[in-house]
Write a protein that binds this ligand. Structure first.
Ligand code: TXA
Ligand code: MG
Length: 326
């Protein structure tokens, strides 16, 4: 997979202020030394990301929390014990030394201990925090393979560690523990119910006093082709009607069976949430690359296990114009 030599080289790149893309169990990250402002600036430049969007600091284990957060409440220890290493990010009050480039100028810092063996090996060898947003250009579909990363950034990344396809496939759950009440800032594979069970208290929805998680508000995770979500029967009808007009349609189906139409690029996604999430961004990239006029996505089931998937698809669809199917 990834050799010791490649890890050593990646550490040298990080120490010299370069960018290293690395696999995590959720998606690939575009990593830089979290304590080096010049390196952090390169992350924003490569992504085309606004500077007020804070970055997640990845650490090897929960012991390092105290280096980055000035207050680590009991609830953080509780969640760390239950879910780390794993796809959970915890927002805490920042330590004074944390760069404003990491925090986006806020009083909080987001921290995560990833479980992917390559991420773990890199973090242990580096010995400090690696700030890493998802390895995609700003607003676009996240990368779940090394090939996706290369197609996003080309030579702008000094080193890409190839750890295979990311297991989970969608970004980590983000929970804010910096305020009075634990707050869910971004849904993910770890559900609100699991967090509630571990904490013994329900989670609040973000309010005006919650830390800003800009990436979770705007249109995001978006292919360049307009994307629409709808139930299976409507999808079939619309695909047929658009195809009759000579439009090229791409479809991401789950239960609907492929209609016998020409000009339709059809992907039948896994019917289970884990398989669907694992393939989601690769599927969106394939459908986007097919050169169609519209991507039609079959609505996911309204169940807790699908909440994070529905969240990502809803943001991917935000602002897409409705097709003219008349
Ligand atoms: O699974 C993941 O979380 C991946 C992998 C690479 O770890 N990373 C990721 O990073 O998704 P990014 O930058 O694409 O998304 C991080 C989200 C953004 O919405 C950002 O606004 C929010 O985390 N965030 C970061 N620091 C924060 C903070 N201090 N307070 C609130 N939100 C924060
Ligand atoms: Mg992202």
């Amino acid at each position: 997979m990834v050799s010791d030599r490649e890890i050593k080289n990646a550490v040298a790149v990080l120490r010299s202020g370069g960018l290293v893309a690395f696999p995590t169990e959720t998606v690939y990250g575009l990593g830089a030394d979290a304590a080096n402002p010049e390196a952090l600036k390169k992350v924003f430049a490569a992504k085309g990301r606004p500077h007020d969007h804070p970055l997640i600091v990845h650490i090897a284990d929960a012991v390092q929390l105290a280096n980055w957060a000035r207050a680590v409440p009991e609830t953080a220890h509780e969640l760390a014990k239950t879910f780390w290493p794993g796809p959970l990010t915890i927002v805490l009050r920042r330590a004074a030394s944390v760069s404003d480039l990491v925090t986006g100028g806020q009083d909080t810092v987001a921290l995560r201990v990833p479980s992917h063996p390559v991420a773990q090996a890199l973090l242990r060898a580096f010995g400090s925090g690696i700030a890493a947003p998802s390895a995609n250009r700003f607003g676009r579909v996240s990368a779940t393979t090394a090939a996706h990363v290369r197609s996003e950034f080309g030579d702008a990344v000094d080193c890409v560690l190839d750890g295979g396809a990311a297991d989970v496939g969608i970004e980590s759950t983000i929970v804010d523990l910096s305020g009075e009440q634990p707050t869910l800032l971004r849904p993910g594979w770890i559900t609100a119910q699991q967090l509630k069970d571990a904490l013994g208290m329900p989670l609040a929805a973000p309010g005006p006093a919650s830390p800003r998680a800009p990436g979770t508000l705007a249109k995001h995770y978006a292919p360049q082709t307009p994307l629409l979500m709808m139930e299976a029967d409507l999808l079939l009808e619309l695909a047929a009607s658009l195809a009759r007009q000579g439009k090229r349609v791409a479809a991401l189906a789950r239960s609907a069976h492929q209609p016998l139409l020409s000009g339709v690029v059809w992907i039948a996604a896994p019917a289970d949430a884990a398989g669907y999430a694992h393939d989601l961004y690769d599927n969106l990239r394939k459908l986007d690359a097919a050169g169609c006029d519209t991507i039609l996505v079959e609505m996911p089931p309204q169940e807790a296990a699908w909440a994070a998937i529905t969240d990502r698809l809803t943001r991917a669809a935000a602002g897409s114009p409705a097709p003219d199917a008349t």
